[in-house]
Design a protein around this ligand. Sequence first.
Ligand code: 13P
Length: 284
Amino acid sequence: MSLVTGDVLLKRAMEGKYGVGAFNFNNLEFLQAILEAAKETNSPVILQVSEGGMKYMGLSFLEGIIKHLLYKVEVPVAIHLDHGSSLDAVLYAIRIGFTSVMIDASKRPFDENVNITREVVKIAHTVGVSVEAELGKIKGTEEHVEVSEREALFTDPDEAAKFVELTEVDSLAVAIGTAHGIYKGEPKLDFDRLYDIKRKVGIPLVLHGASGVPLDDVRRAISLGICKINIDTDLRVAFRNKLAEVLSIRRDEIDPRKFLGPARDAVKEVVIEKIKAFGSEGRA
Ligand code: 13P
């Protein structure tokens, strides 16, 4: 069977010292691009859907996609809820067959984050689904924060150790200087902090906001304990740019396959590039 829990993929990645790409999708073209890229590189992959993505695609279509993943995909795949904001959202995802969920209570005080995460872990583990949580605050690139303020939002290594012990969560998203969206300058990752977190926490760590982070930095982060790398923006940009390019040349084209097809291929190229950089090629 190709559909596995996130935990299975991330534990293998931790042992093998490589990273697994977690790519967001909201439509058929992105899904096809990610799956084809994984197949071509013989790599495990994590497909991610946000709550907004669930709404956009609809639960019943998503259920159909999960059946496809169960029976028709040759590489190990996990399907993961990205940034689940509540127990309800997590339960919807689990009910239609997600094999991995994120509960993101990182905006809440530490104790509340612990309590909510612990509750989700208890329920998800009962039905064999793995759980990611977040500690520290990973901002959007559009949110303006001072450097000192920014660092105050980073994950504290001792708190991370306590959080993991209290919640028994399977993987932890850490705030070490990345942000969601398009970076204005080059992101600066706090590798010393990542090293300290890894020394104190024995579970796979997750890097959000990895689009636009130089691949050498991502590779360094992988060597320091990052096992799951989240990519959304880079795929959107590739899709949008190729679509604009094709439509600017074929101004009267009305067959969507003629412009969505090349845009899909552009996404696939980016996914292949990331998979190779993360070291998961040939690890299926
Ligand atoms: P980017 O959009 O910056 O790639 O971040 C994706 C992400 O972290 C999803 O959770």
